[in-house]
Structure formats: C-alpha cells, structure tokens
Design a protein. Structure first.
Length: 259
C-alpha cells in the first residue's frame, strides 16, 4: 500500500494487552503488530496500563480503566453506561476488532452508536456458550457445566452458585453476535462446536489459525536421568491438577527430576 494512501481506520478493543494475559493476548499483539498495522490506521483501547513496547509507532494506544473491571456482568453494565465515551472514537472508525471474550456485548453498543460500522469478533474460547467460556467433553454447555468449572477452579460454593446465575446472564453474548458482521474462530474444531449450539454463526464465520509466537531459546541442560520440563500454567481446567497426580505416580515408579 502506498504510504500516501489513506488507510481505513480500525479500532481494537482488548481487555488486556500483551504482555498481560495469555495466548489470546499474545495472538492479538502479533496480529496487530504484523498484520493490522500494515493495512490500517490502528487504535487500541485496553485495560492494560503498560503495554508491550515493541509495536509500530503508528499505532495509537489508549488505556481505559473501565476494562480493568473484574466481574463480567459489572463490566458489561459499565460499557453501556459509558456509551458517550465510546461515541467519540467509534464515529470516526470504519472497523472495530474485538478479540476479548469479555467484551462481546460491546457489539450491541457499537451498532447503536454507528449502525453501519463493521464489527469483527475473534473468538478464542466458548464465551457465547457458557459463562465460564469453557466447554467440557461429553457435556452440554449448560448451567451445570459452568458450576462444575467454577468449583473446580476456585473451590468456592458461593462463587459456584453465582456462576450458575451467570449462565443465564451470559445469554447477552448470544444476542450480541447478531450485531457482529464477521466472526473468526481459531480452529475447525472450535467452529464445529460453536456452530452445533449456535447455528446462526455459520454464514459469518471464518477459521483463521493464530500466528505462531516467537520461539524462545531454552538453555536448560538435560542430564542423564529422566527429566520432565513443564512450562504450562496452573489452570485446573487445562489439566494442571491431573498433571500433579501424574507426577506423583511417576515419582513413585522412577527417579526423575521435575522442573
């Protein structure tokens, strides 16, 4: 694209921005840095006070403290309560890109402000199906699923009961996708699961794999004894509890070092 050509304006709403967050935030950062910045005039609105510095200088970054709100229902209320703040950015924007699962209801507010704006929603999980954004194998994405996930993660009965109520509040996300023009899924399997329960996404969804992250140099020297190097997080849902159980069994059967 010619440098003199006026680029279309894209507004990115991301609850967190790299280096805060996890895989979804890293993917968002790489997409903005390596793709969007080349073809669009990019503005990022995020709840991260100190973003990654290695982004093109042409990208405008705005910290918005509303996106630091911890609980999703409260955050959703604040989004609609601050519609006038949003208006000053949205009215001058051609496209809005939403890669954060907690900000899906923002689509409704954006279309109220500017009905002809194009909205792209990037789904990294299953937020439109469950309040916890998690789908369990061989289970329907129902209230019980949300409660199982919440109790497994936090072991709090009060939080578990509130999450059961959150399952029904979460239907706002299914409503919100009607206001979205395009949806990106990160895998074919994710798309198939979402389409099974929300078939109306079929005609507006594309599968695009996340860009590969830079590979770090690992200088750990491995000795002669069996070694297990675990570099994942501590999420119960992603299998950390199962890993600990497996490690305990492994140590009983063999001499191994665990990192």
């Amino acid at each position: 694209m010619d440098d003199k050509t006026v680029k279309p304006k894209i507004l990115v709403f991301s609850k967190l921005f790299w280096p805060e967050g996890g895989g979804a935030e890293l993917a968002t950062y790489l997409i903005i840095r390596d793709v969007l910045s080349k073809y669009f005039d990019v503005t990022v609105v995020s709840g991260t006070k100190t973003p990654e510095q290695d982004i093109p200088g042409s990208i405008r970054y705005i910290y918005w403290n509303i996106l630091e709100t911890r609980y999703k229902p409260i955050e959703w209320i604040k989004l609609f309560a601050n519609i006038n703040w949003l208006k000053r950015f949205v009215e001058k924007t051609d496209i809005v890109y939403i890669p954060s699962h907690t900000l899906i209801p923002l689509s409704i507010a954006l279309k109220i402000i500017k009905p002809d704006i194009k909205i792209v929603l990037h789904l990294h999980n299953y937020q439109i199906l469950t309040y916890t954004s998690v789908v369990l194998t061989d289970r329907e994405p129902d209230m019980a699923t949300d409660m199982i996930v919440e109790y497994g993660e936090h072991k709090s009965l009060i939080r578990t009961l509130l999450t059961g109520l959150g399952h029904y509040i979460n239907y706002i996300n299914r409503l919100a996708i009607r206001f979205v023009d395009k949806i990106i899924c990160v895998s074919n399997r994710q798309y198939e699961i979402l389409k099974k329960y929300v078939p109306e996404i079929r005609d507006k969804t594309h599968v695009i794999y996340n860009p590969p992250p830079p590979m770090p140099t690992v200088n750990k020297r491995i000795g002669e004894e069996p070694t297990l190097l675990y570099a994942g997080g501590g999420s119960y849902i992603k299998g950390f509890a199962m890993l600990l159980n497996a490690i305990a069994r492994l140590l009983k059967r063999s001499k191994a070092k665990i990192y």
